[in-house]
Write a protein that binds this ligand. Structure first.
Ligand code: UDP
Length: 429
């Protein structure tokens, strides 16, 4: 059995049994080619997940290739509207005209049967769900939903469900997001995981980390609150600023950083959110907006997550929230909300806090700033919790499980098709 050096590094943390299960599954899938289809090369959780999986599956002789379907302006508008309904449960609907326009656009040879051949097609995210129906050769196909679908607008959910029959498996990243209407054998939950050996998560000397923060304009002699996230309304950066302002009334030296490199080419609303936030911040020199991807690279994200005084994650909706996992790994008790992905990871009062209210969040933040012993204790619990539940091998295992389900079903299906063809031929003879 071929082993992966990268995976073997986890022997002491996850144990040989887990690794052997992974190797066994991987050897049954050797030679498989999976095409991943999404809307952006870099930025956000999808890119992060694939960057984690790619080198490991390469060691297993499983090929991953990528197809990026870049959204144009109208398609982006449609996508934003759909997300607000699906994730935000906002009132409204998908009009017949909008739907028709988007499906026509998506159906215009975005994929080529000749060039995009693979053994399994993995369609990422909500807006691309019609692909398997629009391109019937895309079989077997898997849909991977990354957003928070725990409380969808019913009309938006019906729109999504119309396309699900063309998929052999629907993946969600939290049990809470699974559409209850999907038959259990067609639903799969992938446990996400982070790679502690990657630059973004690897250990970093304090001096070096503080120097990077200084280079980003932070005064490292003073307390710092940070939220790392894309500039997106569902990450609720406004509340993070409100929390900072309440804390500043008690601790005037406190600073706030919002860290979100604008890399995702499908994130057209990010600039609008940034401009709105800049107005909201009213020239407060202690509020830092960091968005330039040439400045905010993996090391800087690492430094902010590791050496901020307190990490906030104020999302009102969250599919999973890898930024929280990453910060927890770096011994940070994140002050999150009850959004789906955050309450999946956070255990209130043990490895962080779950608070939705601004005032309550400010009180927790003050507590963690003033009681560093408590901050340290909860941070250690957070690190251990991620080590137990959310490291890369767990994600690799549940990803291989998904491939195995789809692959074995497609083999069964083609062998039953072969036997019914041969029955027909025999009958014709
Ligand atoms: N990220 C980053 N640079 C930034 C902000 C975020 O590399 O400036 C990464 C972050 O470390 C995480 C991912 O983008 O790995 C965001 O994933 P998450 O699941 O938190 O949210 P999503 O963007 O998918 O909604």
């Amino acid at each position: 059995m071929k082993r992966s050096k990268q995976l073997d590094q986890y022997a002491t943390s996850v144990g040989e049994d887990v690794l052997n299960t992974i190797y066994k599954k991987a050897s049954d899938l050797r030679g498989l080619h999976v095409l991943h289809i999404n809307t952006t090369v870099k930025g956000g959780g999808v890119a992060e997940i694939l960057e984690g999986l790619d080198p490991i599956v390469r060691d297993f002789d499983i090929t991953h290739s990528r197809k990026i379907i870049q959204l144009d302006e109208d398609a982006s508008h449609f996508t934003t509207h759909l997300l607000n309904l699906l994730q935000g449960n906002e009132p409204g609907e998908i009009s017949a005209a909008d739907r028709e326009k988007f499906l026509t656009w998506l159906g215009q040879a975005r994929l080529s049967e000749h060039e995009d051949q693979a053994d399994i097609y993995l369609v990422h995210d909500y807006q691309l769900v019609p692909l398997a129906q629009l391109y019937p050769w895309l079989q077997p196909a898997v849909w991977f939903c990354h957003v928070d679908t725990a409380q969808p607008n019913p009309q938006a959910k019906r729109y999504m469900q119309e396309f699900l029959d063309s998929y052999q498996l629907c993946i969600f990243n939290s049990e809470l997001s699974v559409f209850p209407e999907i038959q259990s054998q067609l639903a799969h939950v992938i446990t996400l995981g982070i790679d502690p050996f990657r630059r973004k998560n690897a250990s970093m000397a304090r001096d070096h980390g503080l120097k990077l923060l200084q280079q980003c304009g932070i005064d490292t002699q003073r307390p710092l609150l940070t939220q790392v996230a894309r500039y997106d309304r569902w990450k609720n950066p406004w509340q993070a600023i409100d929390v900072y302002r309440l804390v500043k009334q008690q601790i005037p030296t406190v600073q706030f950083a919002f860290v979100g490199a604008m890399e995702a080419t499908d994130d057209k609303g990010a600039v609008e959110v940034l401009h709105d936030l800049q107005r909201y911040a009213e020239d407060d020199k202690d509020i830092h907006f960091l968005y330039d991807p040439a400045v905010i690279r993996d090391d800087e994200v690492n430094a902010f997550q590791r050496y901020s005084s307190v990490i906030l994650q104020r999302s009102t909706r969250e599919g999973f929230g890898l930024t929280t996992t990453e910060a927890m790994w770096k011994n940070q008790p994140v002050i999150g909300t009850s959004a789906t992905g955050l309450r999946t990871q956070l255990v209130d009062g043990e490895n962080g806090y779950i608070v939705d209210d601004t005032q309550a969040c400010a009180e927790r933040t003050l507590e963690l700033l003033q009681r560093r012993d408590l901050w340290q204790q909860l941070g250690q619990n957070a690190h251990r919790y991620v080590g137990k539940h959310y490291l890369l091998p767990m994600m690799v295992l549940s990803y291989l499980d998904a491939l195995e389900k789809v692959y074995s079903r497609s083999i069964q299906q083609s062998s039953s098709e072969r036997s019914s063809n041969s029955d027909r031929n025999t009958a014709a003879d």
